[in-house]
Design a protein around this ligand. Sequence first.
Ligand code: CMX
Ligand code: CO
Length: 150
Amino acid sequence: MLTRIDHIGIACFDLDKTVEFYRATYGFEVFHSEVNEEQGVREAMLKINETSDGGASYLQLLEPTREDSTVAKWLDRNGEGVHHIAFGTADVDGDAAAIRDKGVRVLYDEPRTGSMGSRITFLHPKDCGGVLTELVTAKGAEGSEDPHSH
Ligand code: CMX
Ligand code: CO
């Protein structure tokens, strides 16, 4: 079950400059930063709020680390802006399988590693009304759904 907005992914050319914009304009601080070589990104996570299921919602600022990465390709075509949205779930495997059964292309057979040790997969934007959509299970959140809630 998808229970929250985990993050909004924003692509930028210059991560440090973009981090500074979000700090100076809104007062958001970097909660975590890392390089994810598999995804070809350097990223900063800005925590916006905690959520009632024990998770949180973030902005994920993304700068490509290499020219052949998906984010570099997207920036070439579109310039800076909102790149994807991500929903949080305690069960990315189960939710991805259920969504695949509805005919939506899930990009990975097995979830891969995302921010802060999370497990992530993506839904093809062409099957989601033009919105690249990510599903995320935060590290430690596996199976944390309240069994009485549904
Ligand atoms: N949002 C909406 N549409 C998108 C898109 C995006 N972010 N990226 C590509 N598209 C659209 C393109 O506009 C294009 O549409 P048209 O055919 O109408 O022109 C179509 O999808 C194909 O675009 P493409 O440039 O040829 O891109 P690819 O098919 O090579 O890749 C995708 C698209 C979704 C498979 C690829 O971006 C992908 O694998 N994404 C998942 C991984 C990822 O984005 N990682 C970075 C973030 C990491 C993180 O969040 O942690
Ligand atoms: Co993301």
